[in-house]
Write a protein that binds this ligand. Structure first.
Ligand SMILES: [Zn+2]
Length: 141
């Protein structure tokens, strides 16, 4: 935990409190609209699909599929020392898509990552401080 040197968000109880509470328990919690039954990410108090304000929270599988990726050769702040690294969009099994840093792939071999598009990814958590676990995704498929 003391080694975590990346930016850490401040949980906001009004919008994303359940997300970060779940993260602390290494559970991916997603907001789901009770009107249209679709999950969305990032957390909002209004459904981006139908505009209703009836949001409930559900525990997700923490699994999804690689949608696309990019190799980051330059970055700012504490991320600079990580470059090159891979960022990706993951299609959640429950629906919607998350942006993440993707682990378990070699950023010097993008042609190998390209072959894994559609492959299974799983969320994992880094303990950033006493209140926040940060999500990352790992290529497993
Ligand atoms: Zn909705």
């Amino acid at each position: 935990m003391a080694d975590y040197n990346k930016p850490i968000p401040i949980p906001d109880p009004m919008t994303n409190g359940p997300y970060w509470a779940g993260a602390k328990e290494r559970k991916l919690m997603l907001p789901r609209c009770t009107a249209c039954n679709k999950v969305h990410f990032y957390p909002r108090i209004i459904c981006p699909n139908c505009g209703e304000r009836s949001i409930e929270w559900v525990e997700a599988t923490g699994e999804g599929y690689l949608h696309t990726f990019a190799v980051q050769h330059r970055a700012m702040g504490a991320w600079a020392e990580e470059a090159p690294f891979v960022t990706a969009y993951i299609d959640l099994k429950e629906g919607d898509r998350v942006f993440t840093v993707l682990r378990g792939v070699d950023p010097t071999k993008p042609e190998e990552i390209f072959k894994k598009i559609g492959g299974l990814c799983r969320i994992e958590w880094d303990e950033a401080n006493d209140a926040v676990n940060m999500p990352y995704w790992r290529m497993v498929g």
